[in-house]
Design a protein around this ligand. Structure first.
Ligand code: AMP
Length: 279
Protein backbone atom coordinates (compact mmCIF):
# COMPACT_ATOMS: atom_id res chain seq x y z
CA UNK A 1 0.00 0.00 0.00
CA UNK A 2 1.21 3.46 -0.89
CA UNK A 3 0.15 5.93 1.79
CA UNK A 4 -0.87 9.36 0.50
CA UNK A 5 0.33 12.20 2.73
CA UNK A 6 -0.50 15.86 2.08
CA UNK A 7 0.85 17.74 5.09
CA UNK A 8 4.48 18.33 6.02
CA UNK A 9 3.65 17.62 9.69
CA UNK A 10 2.19 14.16 8.94
CA UNK A 11 5.16 13.37 6.71
CA UNK A 12 7.60 14.41 9.43
CA UNK A 13 5.92 12.01 11.92
CA UNK A 14 6.02 9.12 9.46
CA UNK A 15 9.69 9.69 8.58
CA UNK A 16 10.69 10.20 12.24
CA UNK A 17 9.30 6.74 13.05
CA UNK A 18 11.26 5.18 10.18
CA UNK A 19 14.45 6.91 11.20
CA UNK A 20 14.09 5.81 14.84
CA UNK A 21 14.36 2.24 13.57
CA UNK A 22 17.47 3.12 11.57
CA UNK A 23 15.96 3.13 8.11
CA UNK A 24 17.49 4.93 5.13
CA UNK A 25 14.89 7.08 3.37
CA UNK A 26 15.02 7.77 -0.39
CA UNK A 27 13.04 10.50 -2.13
CA UNK A 28 12.08 10.97 -5.77
CA UNK A 29 10.82 14.51 -6.45
CA UNK A 30 8.42 14.75 -9.42
CA UNK A 31 5.65 16.88 -10.88
CA UNK A 32 3.44 13.85 -11.56
CA UNK A 33 1.98 12.59 -14.86
CA UNK A 34 4.31 9.70 -14.19
CA UNK A 35 5.97 7.64 -16.92
CA UNK A 36 8.68 4.98 -17.10
CA UNK A 37 11.39 7.62 -16.56
CA UNK A 38 9.93 8.50 -13.16
CA UNK A 39 9.35 4.84 -12.35
CA UNK A 40 12.99 4.01 -13.09
CA UNK A 41 13.93 6.55 -10.39
CA UNK A 42 11.47 4.93 -7.98
CA UNK A 43 13.03 1.53 -8.75
CA UNK A 44 16.53 2.88 -8.08
CA UNK A 45 15.25 4.37 -4.82
CA UNK A 46 13.62 1.05 -3.88
CA UNK A 47 16.91 -0.76 -4.51
CA UNK A 48 19.04 1.74 -2.60
CA UNK A 49 16.84 2.77 0.36
CA UNK A 50 14.73 1.12 3.07
CA UNK A 51 11.74 3.41 2.55
CA UNK A 52 10.75 5.34 -0.58
CA UNK A 53 8.88 8.63 -0.84
CA UNK A 54 7.78 9.94 -4.23
CA UNK A 55 6.68 13.56 -4.17
CA UNK A 56 4.24 15.03 -6.66
CA UNK A 57 4.05 18.81 -6.70
CA UNK A 58 3.54 20.93 -9.78
CA UNK A 59 5.65 23.78 -8.49
CA UNK A 60 4.26 27.13 -9.68
CA UNK A 61 7.52 28.88 -8.74
CA UNK A 62 9.54 27.05 -11.41
CA UNK A 63 7.18 27.84 -14.31
CA UNK A 64 8.18 30.97 -16.18
CA UNK A 65 5.28 30.44 -18.61
CA UNK A 66 1.75 30.57 -17.06
CA UNK A 67 0.26 28.73 -20.05
CA UNK A 68 2.72 25.83 -19.54
CA UNK A 69 1.69 25.64 -15.86
CA UNK A 70 -2.01 25.65 -16.75
CA UNK A 71 -1.58 22.93 -19.38
CA UNK A 72 0.78 20.75 -17.34
CA UNK A 73 -0.77 17.22 -17.33
CA UNK A 74 -2.15 15.99 -13.98
CA UNK A 75 -3.62 12.58 -13.13
CA UNK A 76 -3.04 11.69 -9.49
CA UNK A 77 -5.25 8.58 -9.45
CA UNK A 78 -3.28 7.02 -12.30
CA UNK A 79 0.02 8.10 -10.73
CA UNK A 80 -0.96 6.48 -7.43
CA UNK A 81 -1.75 3.17 -9.16
CA UNK A 82 1.74 3.21 -10.73
CA UNK A 83 3.36 3.95 -7.38
CA UNK A 84 1.41 1.12 -5.72
CA UNK A 85 2.72 -1.25 -8.40
CA UNK A 86 6.23 0.10 -7.80
CA UNK A 87 5.98 -0.57 -4.04
CA UNK A 88 6.51 3.06 -3.12
CA UNK A 89 5.82 3.60 0.58
CA UNK A 90 4.56 7.18 0.56
CA UNK A 91 3.20 9.55 -2.04
CA UNK A 92 3.73 13.04 -0.67
CA UNK A 93 1.39 15.32 -2.63
CA UNK A 94 1.05 18.65 -0.85
CA UNK A 95 -1.14 21.46 -2.14
CA UNK A 96 0.38 24.84 -3.07
CA UNK A 97 -0.69 26.41 0.26
CA UNK A 98 1.19 23.69 2.19
CA UNK A 99 4.41 24.44 0.28
CA UNK A 100 3.98 28.21 -0.01
CA UNK A 101 1.88 29.33 2.96
CA UNK A 102 0.80 32.93 3.45
CA UNK A 103 3.86 35.12 4.01
CA UNK A 104 6.36 32.81 2.28
CA UNK A 105 9.35 35.02 1.46
CA UNK A 106 12.44 32.90 0.77
CA UNK A 107 14.12 32.18 -2.55
CA UNK A 108 17.13 29.90 -3.10
CA UNK A 109 19.38 30.99 -5.96
CA UNK A 110 22.29 28.90 -7.22
CA UNK A 111 24.67 31.04 -9.29
CA UNK A 112 26.91 29.69 -12.06
CA UNK A 113 25.57 26.33 -13.25
CA UNK A 114 21.99 27.60 -13.21
CA UNK A 115 22.69 30.58 -15.47
CA UNK A 116 23.17 29.32 -19.07
CA UNK A 117 20.74 27.30 -21.23
CA UNK A 118 17.57 26.58 -19.19
CA UNK A 119 18.46 29.47 -16.88
CA UNK A 120 18.78 31.88 -19.81
CA UNK A 121 15.68 30.72 -21.67
CA UNK A 122 13.48 30.18 -18.59
CA UNK A 123 14.24 33.11 -16.26
CA UNK A 124 13.56 32.20 -12.63
CA UNK A 125 13.12 28.49 -13.41
CA UNK A 126 16.08 27.26 -11.36
CA UNK A 127 15.27 29.57 -8.44
CA UNK A 128 11.93 27.77 -8.32
CA UNK A 129 13.60 24.36 -8.59
CA UNK A 130 16.26 25.14 -5.98
CA UNK A 131 13.70 26.56 -3.56
CA UNK A 132 11.25 23.67 -3.83
CA UNK A 133 13.99 21.03 -3.74
CA UNK A 134 15.45 22.61 -0.58
CA UNK A 135 11.98 22.53 0.97
CA UNK A 136 11.32 18.92 -0.12
CA UNK A 137 14.66 17.83 1.33
CA UNK A 138 13.73 19.56 4.60
CA UNK A 139 10.23 18.12 4.65
CA UNK A 140 11.21 14.54 3.79
CA UNK A 141 14.50 14.44 5.75
CA UNK A 142 15.63 11.87 3.18
CA UNK A 143 19.20 10.55 3.05
CA UNK A 144 19.17 9.96 -0.71
CA UNK A 145 17.46 11.78 -3.55
CA UNK A 146 17.06 10.38 -7.05
CA UNK A 147 17.06 12.63 -10.10
CA UNK A 148 17.02 11.92 -13.84
CA UNK A 149 19.89 12.76 -16.17
CA UNK A 150 17.14 13.84 -18.58
CA UNK A 151 17.38 17.18 -16.73
CA UNK A 152 21.19 17.25 -16.66
CA UNK A 153 21.51 20.92 -15.77
CA UNK A 154 19.03 20.44 -12.92
CA UNK A 155 21.21 17.67 -11.48
CA UNK A 156 24.24 20.01 -11.53
CA UNK A 157 22.20 22.75 -9.83
CA UNK A 158 20.94 20.39 -7.12
CA UNK A 159 24.42 18.95 -6.49
CA UNK A 160 25.84 22.47 -6.11
CA UNK A 161 22.95 23.38 -3.79
CA UNK A 162 23.41 20.49 -1.36
CA UNK A 163 27.16 21.07 -1.20
CA UNK A 164 26.81 24.81 -0.67
CA UNK A 165 24.08 24.55 2.00
CA UNK A 166 25.47 21.44 3.77
CA UNK A 167 22.24 19.53 3.20
CA UNK A 168 22.91 15.97 4.43
CA UNK A 169 21.57 14.09 1.41
CA UNK A 170 23.23 12.13 -1.37
CA UNK A 171 22.15 13.00 -4.91
CA UNK A 172 21.90 10.00 -7.23
CA UNK A 173 21.59 10.70 -10.97
CA UNK A 174 19.85 8.00 -13.04
CA UNK A 175 20.02 7.48 -16.83
CA UNK A 176 17.46 8.93 -19.23
CA UNK A 177 14.70 6.53 -20.22
CA UNK A 178 13.69 6.77 -23.88
CA UNK A 179 10.89 5.58 -26.14
CA UNK A 180 11.87 2.90 -28.68
CA UNK A 181 12.48 5.63 -31.31
CA UNK A 182 14.88 7.53 -29.03
CA UNK A 183 12.56 10.30 -27.80
CA UNK A 184 13.31 11.02 -24.14
CA UNK A 185 10.24 10.28 -22.02
CA UNK A 186 8.63 13.42 -20.66
CA UNK A 187 5.28 14.30 -19.12
CA UNK A 188 4.94 16.99 -21.79
CA UNK A 189 5.12 14.44 -24.66
CA UNK A 190 1.36 13.76 -24.32
CA UNK A 191 0.80 17.31 -25.56
CA UNK A 192 2.41 16.54 -28.94
CA UNK A 193 0.02 15.99 -31.87
CA UNK A 194 0.45 12.70 -33.78
CA UNK A 195 2.33 14.57 -36.49
CA UNK A 196 4.64 16.27 -33.99
CA UNK A 197 5.20 12.99 -32.17
CA UNK A 198 6.54 11.53 -35.41
CA UNK A 199 8.95 14.48 -35.78
CA UNK A 200 10.09 14.53 -32.12
CA UNK A 201 12.77 11.76 -32.26
CA UNK A 202 14.74 13.93 -34.72
CA UNK A 203 16.12 15.88 -31.76
CA UNK A 204 17.81 12.88 -30.15
CA UNK A 205 18.84 11.51 -33.55
CA UNK A 206 20.60 14.78 -34.45
CA UNK A 207 22.29 14.99 -31.04
CA UNK A 208 23.48 11.40 -31.31
CA UNK A 209 24.85 12.12 -34.77
CA UNK A 210 26.75 15.17 -33.50
CA UNK A 211 28.10 13.29 -30.49
CA UNK A 212 29.38 10.51 -32.76
CA UNK A 213 30.96 12.99 -35.18
CA UNK A 214 32.74 14.85 -32.36
CA UNK A 215 33.95 11.57 -30.88
CA UNK A 216 35.31 10.66 -34.32
CA UNK A 217 37.38 13.83 -34.29
CA UNK A 218 35.22 16.09 -36.46
CA UNK A 219 35.06 19.81 -35.72
CA UNK A 220 32.55 20.32 -32.88
CA UNK A 221 31.18 23.66 -34.11
CA UNK A 222 30.43 22.17 -37.54
CA UNK A 223 28.85 19.04 -36.05
CA UNK A 224 26.61 21.12 -33.76
CA UNK A 225 25.57 23.41 -36.62
CA UNK A 226 24.66 20.38 -38.72
CA UNK A 227 22.59 18.98 -35.83
CA UNK A 228 20.71 22.28 -35.37
CA UNK A 229 19.99 22.29 -39.11
CA UNK A 230 18.73 18.71 -39.02
CA UNK A 231 16.35 19.46 -36.13
CA UNK A 232 14.87 22.45 -37.98
CA UNK A 233 14.67 20.52 -41.26
CA UNK A 234 12.74 17.75 -39.49
CA UNK A 235 10.00 20.21 -38.54
CA UNK A 236 10.90 21.79 -35.20
CA UNK A 237 9.92 25.47 -35.02
CA UNK A 238 13.14 26.60 -33.35
CA UNK A 239 16.27 25.40 -31.58
CA UNK A 240 16.89 27.48 -28.44
CA UNK A 241 20.28 25.93 -27.87
CA UNK A 242 22.18 22.83 -28.93
CA UNK A 243 25.58 23.19 -27.31
CA UNK A 244 28.65 21.22 -26.30
CA UNK A 245 29.43 21.87 -22.64
CA UNK A 246 31.68 20.61 -19.86
CA UNK A 247 29.53 17.94 -18.18
CA UNK A 248 30.09 19.27 -14.66
CA UNK A 249 30.66 23.04 -14.93
CA UNK A 250 28.40 23.48 -17.99
CA UNK A 251 30.94 25.92 -19.44
CA UNK A 252 31.00 25.90 -23.27
CA UNK A 253 33.81 23.76 -24.70
CA UNK A 254 35.15 23.55 -28.24
CA UNK A 255 36.90 20.19 -27.86
CA UNK A 256 36.46 17.19 -25.60
CA UNK A 257 39.34 17.06 -23.14
CA UNK A 258 37.18 16.28 -20.09
CA UNK A 259 33.73 14.67 -19.89
CA UNK A 260 31.44 16.74 -22.09
CA UNK A 261 27.77 16.71 -23.05
CA UNK A 262 25.59 18.01 -25.78
CA UNK A 263 22.53 19.71 -24.28
CA UNK A 264 19.58 21.02 -26.26
CA UNK A 265 16.18 22.65 -26.06
CA UNK A 266 13.91 22.95 -29.07
CA UNK A 267 10.33 24.00 -29.70
CA UNK A 268 7.98 21.60 -31.49
CA UNK A 269 4.47 23.01 -31.94
CA UNK A 270 3.38 24.14 -28.49
CA UNK A 271 5.80 21.86 -26.67
CA UNK A 272 9.33 22.67 -25.61
CA UNK A 273 11.54 19.57 -25.56
CA UNK A 274 14.91 19.23 -23.84
CA UNK A 275 17.48 16.46 -24.06
CA UNK A 276 21.18 15.79 -23.52
CA UNK A 277 23.74 13.16 -24.39
CA UNK A 278 27.30 12.32 -23.39
CA UNK A 279 30.09 12.75 -25.92
P1 AMP B 1 9.50 15.97 -13.63
O1 AMP B 1 8.25 15.31 -13.16
O2 AMP B 1 9.53 16.21 -15.10
O3 AMP B 1 9.87 17.18 -12.80
O4 AMP B 1 10.68 14.94 -13.39
C1 AMP B 1 10.89 14.38 -12.12
C2 AMP B 1 12.18 13.62 -12.14
O5 AMP B 1 12.11 12.59 -13.13
C3 AMP B 1 13.38 14.50 -12.50
O6 AMP B 1 14.50 14.11 -11.73
C4 AMP B 1 13.58 14.17 -13.96
O7 AMP B 1 14.91 14.36 -14.40
C5 AMP B 1 13.21 12.70 -13.98
N1 AMP B 1 12.87 12.29 -15.34
C6 AMP B 1 11.97 12.89 -16.18
N2 AMP B 1 11.96 12.26 -17.36
C7 AMP B 1 12.88 11.27 -17.29
C8 AMP B 1 13.36 10.28 -18.21
N3 AMP B 1 12.88 10.18 -19.44
N4 AMP B 1 14.30 9.42 -17.77
C9 AMP B 1 14.80 9.50 -16.52
N5 AMP B 1 14.40 10.40 -15.61
C10 AMP B 1 13.46 11.28 -16.00
Amino acid sequence: MTEVIRSAAALRDRVAAWKRSGMLVGVVPTMGALHDGHLSLARAARAQSDRVIVTIFVNPMQFNNPEDLKKYPRDEAHDLALLEAGRVDVLFAPGPEEVYPEGFATKVTVAGVSEPMEGAFRPGHFDGVATVVTKLFGMTQAGRAFFGEKDWQQVQVVERLVRDLNIPIRIIACPTIREADGLAMSSRNVRLTAEERAVAPALHRAMKGAAGAIRDGQDAAAALAAARGAVLAAGFASVEYLDLRDAATLEPVATVARPARILAAAQLGEVRLIDNIGV
